[in-house]
Design a protein around this ligand. Structure first.
Ligand code: ADP
Ligand code: MG
Length: 256
């Protein structure tokens, strides 16, 4: 090929690839053409290698985007969760939940109960992180935070569109559900959220209060019953009843 042609290609190809939204092609085409010459690849093989890189680049960019939008706490994964200190938590079952098996696709729910400090948030985050890695979209929020967000939307007459925005998430993690108190704030929007997602999109709740105390959360008895009913209808329930992990760790250090 004449040098003039090569120069022309070098000047125009990046523009063409950019407008085709092929950033990995753009990044690699030149180096790969040298590889192709070295290994005697034909045009088809060269194109195939670039396309494979583009696809894997696209997958990892999507994963990074989903991980960022999830707002999941960092470092709280299965890799850092010590299953031996929580024997009532079935490891393979939790990993299956992290793959979305038999709940996400059916729009089912997962409820994690237990006292403070036993690893509920850690476990919920680990499941959420694994879901993202498996291609699902997740949003992690403290329940009080999402409640404020929904209340503001209601005040501004845009609650339906706010609920609609949450619909893109396959799983909504509501951490510390039991911290919400009806005497401090109007909580009916939470009921609307639960009803909106019912049998369509999953909710994962962590809570340190048993259902018997949920009267403190919702505005009236009927709303409490209806909320529990919708959440439990297609739900997996995990109970972690043990000493606080932090306390256990502190005691272990003291014993040494
Ligand atoms: P909870 O949400 O039940 O109050 P957390 O998930 O916040 O408890 O756990 C408290 C702290 O202890 C966190 O730093 C968490 O990472 C850690 N922790 C709890 N359980 C475990 C566990 N089984 N393995 C590793 N770390 C744990
Ligand atoms: Mg917690």
């Amino acid at each position: 090929m004449k040098t003039y042609d090569q120069e022309k290609i070098k000047a125009t190809l990046p523009i063409l690839l950019k407008s085709l939204h092929l950033p990995t092609f753009n990044q690699l085409w030149e180096n790969m053409s040298r590889e192709a010459e070295l290994h005697g690849w034909g045009c088809a093989r060269y194109l195939q290698v670039l396309a494979e890189h583009e696809i894997s680049g696209r997958d990892s960019r999507r994963l990074m985007r989903f991980m960022k939008e999830s707002q999941l706490p960092t470092g709280k994964t299965f890799a850092t969760f010590d299953f031996t200190s929580a024997p009532m938590v079935n490891k393979s079952q939790m990993h299956a939940y992290g793959c979305g098996v038999s709940w996400i696709e059916e729009g089912g729910n997962l409820l994690i109960f237990g006292p403070s400090g036993v690893g509920k948030t850690h476990l919920a985050s680990a499941i959420g992180t694994s879901l993202v890695e498996n291609g699902f979209r997740v949003l992690f929020k403290r329940t009080t935070e999402i409640l404020q967000q929904l209340l503001l939307a209601k005040k501004e007459f845009r609650l339906p569109s706010e609920l609609q925005k949450l619909d893109k998430f396959d799983c909504l993690i509501l951490d510390d559900f039991g911290y919400v108190k009806k005497d401090q704030i109007e909580t009916s929007v939470l009921f609307e959220l639960i009803s909106e997602r019912y049998e369509r999109k999953s909710i994962l709740i962590t809570c340190n209060q048993p259902f018997s105390e949920w009267d403190d959360i919702f505005e009236d008895k009927a709303m409490t019953v209806a909320s529990i009913d919708r959440l439990v209808h297609h739900a997996k329930i995990v109970e972690i009843n043990k000493e606080s992990y932090r306390k256990e760790e502190a005691l272990k250090r003291k014993d040494k």
